[in-house]
Write a protein that binds this ligand. Structure first.
Ligand code: CA
Length: 455
């Protein structure tokens, strides 16, 4: 009996070594994305009223990014940046699209390769569980965009209780907002569900990992919690008797449900012996919103803004055995870096016409590379002409509608309360010129905004 065991072990070890020497490694990739969760609403950023022990595990067993950013302060453009590894304005993705399923322009342009399409070339099996929000027309849906598996919904949010899911599909929605009430899809087939939505998504994510344990996989677990509508079950609400404000209490319950799911997913990865072969990222798609009871303290403002409260998010990364546990990383990083990191490891080729804006973070986290991964990070909220640029510890904010210009030194003013514009005119000019040069490479919006389609 010893020989076969020896050979299978040999094949396993040799298989990994040869992969590492040739076409690159193929570690699994798990991205856990939450929706409108505040910077301060995880234990690893100091949250006290909502325990998040499982989300915290990712930071404790890996790295916490204290300056982790997304590319846009609202849902859909942020997801476009995440999944392409590029500033989404480069392909005119400046706003939440209309959810019109008959509009062939309202989604992620087909020529922009996304993470699942890129990883498919290395033999990855990809699944998205939860919120898609990158186009509702059939040409844009996950199964048409490189994902082998889709379990979730295509719009920008969803109701959480199964009895509210009444429309068979988005094409049959006959009133504004009804896209929150569609039945869930498994691939392109509608299904009946009977659990609280966050629990449904967690169940499916755990099952995805169990089913696909033997092949390289990419799991995009895209919770819509804690985005509105604010809905939670008694099981989770009962954990928060200490919170009086009903909005904050429901928010806390929704975050707690996510945290339970994250714990079950990490347990499954660890039980299957996949911890050292699996990159796990956790982040929110934008800052906490004004309407959901979230907390971005000490950051300024909320979702939609280019102040830190709109774009700096809870962000952590675990890769057991490679990234030192319990590390804090303070240089700015971006959601775009996730794709660049997995591309760096797999050594996949990227379309030279569409280079990534993200950076492979592994050499920075293992100490092989010093200094900041990004010289600049840029933001543009096109419709309101809100602009921001960060270089080092400085950040410039330009708000056209509000007629505000601010220069902030984030190292001693993370809350962006002390405008240094008058005393540091030269720095501001350089940053504004940098932003202008970047914005010159962007496209005009390619599709109509949310709200222009009324079923
Ligand atoms: Ca969001």
């Amino acid at each position: 009996m010893k020989t076969p065991i020896f050979f299978s072990l040999f094949a396993f070890v040799f298989g990994w070594a040869s992969v590492a020497a040739g076409a690159g490694k193929k570690p699994n990739l798990v991205i856990i994305l939450t929706d409108d969760q505040g910077y301060a609403d995880v234990g690893f950023n100091g949250c006290e009223d909502i325990p998040t022990p499982n989300i915290d595990r990712i930071a404790r067993e890996g790295v916490r990014f204290t300056s982790g950013y997304v590319t846009h302060p609202v849902c859909s453009p942020s997801r476009a940046g995440l999944i392409t590894g590029r500033y989404q304005g480069r392909f005119g993705y400046h706003r939440n699209p209309t959810l019109n399923p008959f509009d062939p322009a309202a989604g992620l342009p087909l020529e922009e390769e996304n993470m699942a399409e890129i990883l498919k070339k290395a033999g990855y099996h990809s699944g998205i569980v939860g919120k898609w929000h990158l186009g509702t027309h059939p040409r844009f849906r996950p199964n048409a965009r490189g994902f082998n598996e889709f379990y979730g919904f295509v719009a920008g949010g969803h109701r959480y209780f199964p009895e509210d899911l009444i429309y068979p599909d988005i094409e049959s929605v006959d009133r504004r907002g009804g896209w929150y009430n569609t039945k869930l899809l498994r691939n392109e087939k509608r299904i009946e569900t009977d659990e609280y939505l966050t629990d449904e998504l967690s169940n499916e994510a755990v099952d995805f990992v169990a089913r696909n344990r033997t092949k390289p996989f990419f799991l995009y677990l895209s919770y819509n919690a804690p985005h509105t509508p604010m809905q939670a079950t008694r099981k989770y609400l009962d954990r928060f008797d200490h919170i009086e404000d009903p909005l904050r209490k429901t928010y806390a319950a929704m975050v707690s449900a996510v945290d339970d799911g994250v714990g079950r997913l990490l347990d499954k990865i660890d039980q299957l012996g996949l911890a050292e072969k699996t990159l796990v990222f956790f982040l929110s798609d934008n800052g906490g919103a004004r309407n959901n009871g979230s907390n971005n303290f000490p950051l300024r403002d909320f979702k939609g803004q280019v102040y830190e409260g709109g774009i700096r998010v809870p962000f952590a990364f675990r890769w057991t055995g490679t990234i030192p546990a319990g590390m804090d990383y303070h240089h700015p990083v971006s959601s775009m870096d996730i794709l660049a990191t997995i591309v760096g490891l797999t050594r996949l080729k990227i379309d030279p016409e569409r280079p990534l804006d993200g950076v492979d973070l592994v050499p920075y986290l293992t100490g092989k590379k010093k200094g900041p991964p990004h010289e600049f990070l840029f933001w543009l909220n096109f419709d309101q002409q809100r602009k921001a640029v960060r270089r080092g510890l400085d950040k410039l904010v330009l708000l056209a509608e509000e007629n505000e210009k601010g220069l902030y030194r984030l190292s001693n003013d993370i809350g962006e309360t002390r405008n240094r514009m008058d005393s540091a005119g030269l720095d501001a000019k350089e940053l504004e010129e940098g932003h202008n040069a970047w914005a010159d490479g962007l496209e005009e919006p390619r599709f109509d905004p949310l709200g222009t389609w009324i079923p």
